[in-house]
Design a protein. Structure first.
Length: 462
């Protein structure tokens, strides 16, 4: 049945947001609500719904369970989600139009047709603006394809109809921030937090604003002041917010504290999960690039990356798996690199260009950097960086690739590479004058360029 076809079945329940539900077993409603509210608040209770997956064949229950499996972001995720999607499709004729469209969007996701999935989520936002699970999922897909305006459109489309829900303001805040609309982002984030102090996605959006604007000490103080609320969250949300705390600490030169955050909060919650893994890889790399000795920590992370040699779920993920394996000196990095090259020409049409034109050259650059081939690192990353937004991730997350490129430029040490490094560093320092990390790096480059007299006064030149 096409999405949106009217159903003769009368729903006999509604979720906490007022969306009618077609449930075979009304006793499933509390667990459906756990999914709906847990999903939009990034709380771990979202997975509670899996407890009734085998006993409640309701189409929306099955579609929500498929959603949870797809969020594993592993090569097995689609196969694991298929049985639930098949049950959802089999019962779609008795579902509401909203539920039918949601099922179609999850099917598109499983099929790799991300453009269709986004289009269906956009339709849902217009037709059923309190289906906030659909909105957040649509934002997830836009985020992963670098469509920042798309993220913002989804949130703004439903905001007038769901302004009573703090999590919508958090969704809008992150959309604004990724579109570089900092004042609007901060206002939306603060609105969300005023409505609900425990709104970790809004905390996250505000951390992005403060990092981007160079408000490092303020950002650290804010995140620490709300960290007591980061309880009951999914592992991504709690580890990622602590990841942001660590970024502030690194830039402020509080190296030991940053390393402690890695050990105590950013790695070790769910070591098998994709997002926990890339957070650890990214943070270890940033610690090292800031001159902090991470000891044998790469080895521990690499053990969990061996399963990722043929995932190819998202190019953004594969690149970080690859760097983690290479940085740990694991030969499996070569297998993953070969697999990326082989997969890229056959990737789904909506993401193929990102795999071929961005991921492949960046992959070569990252492996080269990890192995000390600085010229090849500059070459590969230099090709990829102008288009890096196409692989998704946030500005703050993609900054890792520029930091690796910058490190390769500096360590190459030629006049041309140091000149390129100076231009990048000084622009970054102008935006983040509090950053001791950037000051140290800029001072070293100025000294090597014969401009040592500038080394002490590079904080903010305009």
């Amino acid at each position: 049945m096409p999405a949106g076809t009217p159903s003769n079945n009368t729903p006999h329940a509604a979720d906490s947001l007022g969306n009618p539900l077609t449930l075979d077993d009304p006793a499933s409603l509390p667990l459906v609500d756990d999914f709906v509210m847990g999903f939009i608040s990034t709380e771990a209770r979202a997975v509670n719904l899996l407890a009734v997956a085998a006993t409640d064949a309701s189409p929306i229950v099955q579609a929500y369970c498929a959603t949870l499996h797809l969020f594993a972001e592993s090569r097995e995720a689609v196969a694991n989600a298929r049985p639930f999607l098949e049950k959802a499709r089999a019962g779609a004729a008795r579902a509401t139009p909203r539920e039918q469209r949601y099922i179609a969007a999850i099917e598109a996701w499983a099929d790799g047709d991300i453009a269709r999935a986004i289009a269906l989520h956009a339709e849902q936002a217009r037709a059923h603006p309190r289906d906030l699970v659909s909105v957040k999922l649509g934002q997830y897909h836009c985020f992963n394809t670098g469509d920042c305006p798309g993220m913002l459109r989804l949130a703004l489309a439903v905001l007038p109809h769901a302004a009573d829900v703090p999590y919508v303001h958090g969704m809008a805040a992150f959309g604004y921030e990724q579109c570089h609309l900092m004042r609007e982002a901060e206002a939306s984030a603060r609105c969300a937090v005023a409505m609900c102090r425990k709104e970790p996605w809004a905390h996250h959006a505000l951390a992005h604003v403060m990092l981007t604007e160079g408000r490092l000490a303020e950002g650290l103080a804010f995140m620490q002041s709300v960290s007591d609320t980061w309880t009951g969250l999914n592992s991504f949300m709690v580890t990622h917010n602590w990841w942001h705390v660590a970024l502030f600490l690194i830039d402020l030169g509080r190296d030991a504290e940053a390393l402690a955050v890695y050990d105590e909060h950013a790695w070790g919650v769910v070591k098998d999960y994709s997002q926990d893994q890339i957070g650890a890889i990214s943070l270890l790399a940033r610690l090292e690039l800031a001159g902090i000795d991470v000891g044998r920590r790469w080895d521990d992370v690499a053990q969990y990356l061996l399963q990722r040699q043929a995932d190819h779920v998202l190019p953004f993920l594969d690149l970080q798996y690859l760097y983690g394996l290479a940085r740990a000196g694991r030969p499996e990095a070569d297998a993953l690199l070969r697999n990326i090259e082989a997969f890229a020409p056959h990737a789904p049409a909506s993401t193929r260009a990102a795999w071929q034109r961005v991921c492949v050259p960046a992959a070569h650059g990252l492996v080269a950097h990890a192995r000390g081939d600085l010229a090849a690192a500059v070459e590969g990353l230099g090709v990829a960086l102008p288009r890096m937004i196409e692989i998704g991730g946030s500005h703050a997350q993609r900054d890792l690739f520029e930091q690796v490129y910058l490190d390769a430029l500096v360590r190459t040490g030629t006049e041309a590479s140091l000149t390129g490094a100076q231009g990048i560093l000084q622009q970054q320092l102008n935006g983040q004058p509090e950053s001791l990390r950037l000051r140290r790096q800029a001072a070293a480059v100025y000294a090597r360029l014969g401009l040592g007299q500038l080394a002490g006064g590079t904080a903010a030149r305009g």
